[in-house]
Design a protein around this ligand. Structure first.
Ligand SMILES: Cc1cc2nc3c(=O)[nH]c(=O)nc-3n(C[C@H](O)[C@H](O)[C@H](O)COP(=O)(O)OP(=O)(O)OC[C@H]3O[C@@H](n4cnc5c(N)ncnc54)[C@H](O)[C@@H]3O)c2cc1C
Length: 406
């Protein structure tokens, strides 16, 4: 006879993806608890991004990123409209600033078409300038359905849905270890110490160092822990799994969590108002989409993020000798030559959870359910970098469709 769980479903992580999954599970009638280490929802990557609703131009056709971005974009605009969350389809101009960039521009447009994006409009330099008089480019594509969303408002709305369906969001509590026993997941919990997350590195640890701490058991577990997903998953699938199997234990299986790498992005804000009404994106660069201009809901312009690979999760804004500011000014000046001097102010940073290393081709989202790791009632999400905000509601659909059919 199987043991009784304290709670039916636990979702670890109250970022936009964990909240969206918890909402979907709660809406399906499941008893859900979200456990978040910080004292508020969305304190990590979900509040340190560009807040752009992506149209799905860049991702390999048929990939999870391409499919979930397209589906997620439509779901997100509808959810926002129905729940009073501010979202605006401002449109984006993807620009080539020289003839040398034209092949790359056309490759992205062809890729978008192959992914099912059917609303791109090609613009000559003059047509682009008619829309954005201070823009300098040789050709552009307008993506009318790209937009922005109030990510904080979105997460509060998701939290509200969870609570009104009877679910709970527990804050200030860190899951330090996961064990599977008797058909249940047993989570070790500890109060969160400020600075713990900041100290984390790419080095993984599987140790259960909180044996005397509180614990909770559940039947279904979703690990939506963003930057910390690999480390946490490794507590359930320790590296010595093969040794355990050899001495007769049935679990855990030989599955090993992928490694998460960190790529920090810095944003500069613009003092004063930007003379642009669209989002402006240059050609993408290794690991990112190029230093682009986005506007937030209040109309504030920001530039970034750049790509700085790192071994540590730290949100410090590093620009000791102004080199980063100069690099931003140079990159922006290619498509906005009138960028006023000294207009760039250090803004904020975010850290991308990446499954590829520097120089490797971009990896897809990794959403691992029982078919991948062999453990029933378990979903683990890795590498949910951009377009994870756009895709959140579609990711939730995918995860719950697998979990609810078990
Ligand atoms: C610089 C940057 C720009 C981006 N721009 C965009 C964009 O414009 N559009 C877009 O669609 N996407 C964008 N993204 C991607 C998007 O922000 C992410 O895909 C999305 O926020 C991921 O949400 P999440 O819930 O998976 O992760 P997170 O927001 O990181 O949430 C995970 C949560 O889990 C919690 N947690 C972790 N471990 C534990 C534990 N052991 N116990 C308890 N809690 C734990 C964390 O505290 C965190 O709150 C960007 C990302 C970055 C870094």
């Amino acid at each position: 006879m199987s043991a009784t769980a304290d709670i039916d479903c636990v979702v670890i992580g109250a970022g936009v993806v964990g909240l969206a999954i918890a909402r979907a599970l709660a809406a399906a009638g499941r008893d859900v608890m979200v456990i978040e280490q910080h004292d508020r929802v969305g304190a990590e990557t979900s509040s340190r991004n560009s807040e752009v609703i992506h149209a799905g131009l860049y991702y390999a056709p048929g990939s999870l990123k391409a499919r979930l971005c397209l589906e997620g974009k439509a779901l997100l605009y509808s959810f926002a409209a129905e729940n009073g969350v501010t979202a605006r389809a401002l449109g984006k101009l993807l620009v080539a600033t020289s003839a040398a960039e034209l092949p790359k521009l056309e490759t992205i447009a062809a890729n978008a078409k192959a992914s099912g994006v059917d609303d791109l409009i090609a613009l000559s330099a003059a047509e682009a300038r008619a829309r954005e008089p201070e823009l300098s480019c040789v050709k552009a594509y307008l993506s009318p359905s790209t937009g922005i969303v109030d990510s904080h408002g979105l997460m509060l709305a998701l939290e509200g849905h969870i609570q009104s369906a009877g679910g709970e969001v527990v804050l200030g509590t860190r899951v330090t270890h996961i064990k599977r026993d008797g058909g249940l997941f047993h989570l070790t919990l500890a109060p969160f110490n400020a600075g713990d997350a900041a100290e984390e590195t790419t080095a993984e640890s599987g140790a259960d160092d909180t044996a005397s701490a509180e614990s909770i058991s559940c039947r279904t577990l979703v690990v939506a822990a963003g930057l910390h997903a690999s480390r946490l998953a490794r507590t359930l699938f320790p590296a010595n799994a093969a040794i355990s199997d050899a001495v007769g234990n049935a679990e855990p299986p030989s599955y090993q969590p992928p490694e998460t790498h960190f790529a920090k992005g810095h944003y500069f804000t613009l003092s004063g108002r930007a003379p642009f009404t669209h989002l402006i994106y240059p050609m993408p660069s290794d690991g990112g989409l190029g230093v682009h201009l986005t506007l937030d809901i209040a109309g504030q312009a920001k530039f970034g993020p750049d790509v700085a690979w790192t071994d540590t999760i730290s949100y410090a804004f590093d620009d000791p000798d102004g080199e980063r500011r100069a690099a931003f000014a140079g990159a922006i000046g290619r498509w906005w030559p009138q960028l006023p001097q000294d207009a760039l102010q250090p803004g904020y940073t975010g850290v991308r959870p990446k499954l590829s290393r520097q120089g490797e081709p971009a990896a897809d989202f990794a959403i691992h359910g029982p078919r991948v790791h062999g453990v029933d009632h378990l979903m683990i999400l890795y590498g949910i970098e951009s377009p994870g905000l756009t895709s959140a509601l579609a990711i939730a659909r995918l995860c719950t469709s697998e979990l609810l059919t078990l």
